[in-house]
Design a protein around this ligand. Sequence first.
Ligand SMILES: [Zn+2]
Length: 191
Amino acid sequence: MPIQFQCSTCGKPIEVDDEFAGQAVTCPYCRKVMNAPTGLVPPAVTSTTAAYSGPQVASAGPIPQFTPPAQSNWFASASLVCSIVVLLCLCLAFAGSYKVMKRMAPDLKLQQDQMPAFVEQTSKEPMLVVSSIVTLIASIAGVLFAILGLVRRTGRRWQSILSLIVCGLMLACGCLSIMSNFAAMASGKGH
Ligand SMILES: [Zn+2]
C-alpha cells in the first residue's frame, strides 16, 4: 500500500511504497530529503488527509515514482566486515585454547589446580594474543561503524543491526573477561 504525504518544503504530494515508511526519501520536485511518515496513522486522520490532498493530487497529474537514493551505506558494509573478522578471531581463539589444553591435558580434562597454569599458558600463546587484540579492535570498530550506518538510515540496515549485535556481544564478553582477569590478578596478589 503506497503512502501519500506532502513535501515539507514545496508542499507537492509525494507517493512512496510503504517499505520506505520512516526512511529518508528525496522529494522528486525539489530534491529535498525528508523522512517519509511511518504510515501508522489512525484511520480517521488518514481519511481527512486523503480528502484534503485529493484535489491537489489530481491537479498535479501522475505522481513521479519515488526512487531511493542510490548512495550505498559504506558504514554498514564496514561494520559487517568487522563482525566477520570478530567471528573469525573467535574461531582462532577457540583453536588456540584447544591447542593449549591438548598440550596440558591430552585427555582434555583439566583439573581444577591446572587452571592457573592454563590461563598463564593461554596468555602466552601467540595465536590467542593476536586474536584477542584483533577481536578487541574489530569489535570496537564494528560497533562504531554499525551506529554510523544506522544513523545514516540508507542502504542495508540489517548489516548494521547484525554487526551491532555481534560486535556488541563480543565487546561485552571481552570487557567481562578482562575484568575477571584483573579480579583474578588482584586476588592473586592479595595472597
Ligand atoms: Zn518538495
